[in-house]
Design a protein. Sequence first.
Length: 553
Amino acid sequence: MFQKQAIVTYADGYCAIVDLSEVPHLPEAEVKQKTKGQIKFHQMPPGVQVLAYDEKEGQPVRAAVAGWSEHTGCTTVIVNLQSGLQIYTDDDPRGVYGVLPGTFEFVRRRPAEAAGMLVPRIVRAASPVSRTESDGYSLTPELGYLVGAMAGDGWVAHHDDKPRDLCFCGDMEEVLGRWSECVKAVFGADTHIGRLEQPKVPGRYAASSRLTFNCAAKAPQFADWLGRGSDNKHLPPWFVTAPIPCRKAMLEGLLDTDGSVSVCKAKAKNKPQLLVMLQSNSLRLIREVQHLARSLSIRGRITATHTPAGKAAWMLNLNNTDVLAAGIALRAPNKRAALESGVVSNPDSPAAAKSDLVPVTTALAAAAMKAVPYGKEDGYGGLYSGVHVGKKKGFLSRSKARQLIEKFAEKLQAHPDWEQFVRFVERAEVTWDPVVSIEDTGVEEIGYDLTVPGYETFMAADGAVLSNTMSFSVPVSKAAVDEVVSKMMPEKLLLGERQDQPNFVPGNEYLLGLYLASKAPAQKTVRRFPSRQAAVQAYRDGKLRIDDPIEIG
């Protein structure tokens, strides 16, 4: 059971990031009573998928969702990860999913038993192209840039509450020109675009230009794709299923407008740093841009911030090495200059290493300590120290792990854990996040869950892999089916072995009467009635309880 989590869903070639509480599901529910509260199970519409973690292949995959459930009577437990991410769950035996420290064993544990566990976190997720057109539009780079720029500094103007114009505002001619080029590429070379110069507003805005394209027939589609108002902005549902050039151009449009790309020198660092960030009032938009970047193999992290006016906002920080590797090209001169400055973070720096970890077994780390020379004079002092810490904590930085593979594979490849270790290291789309603390809030809230058969996991919008706490097994072989029929049917499991209590107590109203009437007679005097009708009337008059022993005749 999970709370306050958003997830990434796919259906019909579209993608949506929704709160777990709002995942579309069928209305009919099966209700199961718990010791405290209840669970409502709903089936899912066909075709809904999520990103799950494939343990065998060590990578994210799309998987069908079979069910959605609502849980009441749950006390919230917060699981804090080393990266700063949090998982909101309850004291469920399957509440935390990951690898036990010092092993490669995948387990599910109660939060109270999860200290040190390594939770998989998906930081890159290649998205197969599902659509090349949508709603009559070809998903081209020009449409991608237009949508990204509109989500940043654009809007759909309404007249008489009806969408009519595509509007864009900016102060850099290169970006204004690119927006105009894209409008004409999408709607036709003879498209007329109006321009209005807006003077500087002291203390608020710089001088800017407003571009307007009057398109009453087309504007409703863009209003649907982008939302209305800065707090409600979002991307179209095809934002990660479009071709890669379209997705890449969409991110470029976002960074050219609402992005901040600069080179700065922090007080605590001696070297200049390239910062690539995007800020928005819309949490939905920021989450979608994070997943858009993830689909382009760009890592990103969301943090809370405030606008200069003190309004709550969200900041997405993108990994600068990933941005450069993706070939992101911007039109804004100052931002383009920052990207072309040659400043880039060292992927092997302590800060970078801390954010990208892989599991290592205690046994393999011990073997590596024997293989790696000790001492700075051999050039492996840092690697030896990293392996020494890894033996205690159960993880290594990916950079240290790659160095170990590159330099000492010949000495370690015979170790039984070596093959799995190499697989973890090579799957750079998944990093591993240690559980550092648990907070039992004592606050009771409604929780939600998914059932993902075959994988039993699903990815939250922030990348953390969650375990569905509700699961089921399906017997496949004839022997398994025969065993279920002979030993595991309800009539064979009337009493629980641990507490000698009934396993199945009817909760539906129409069954409850039969259940109560079939109970052993109460220790009361037998009451006699001349006829069946007389007994029924006595019950209706409240003179007879349903478990009173009676005789007729």
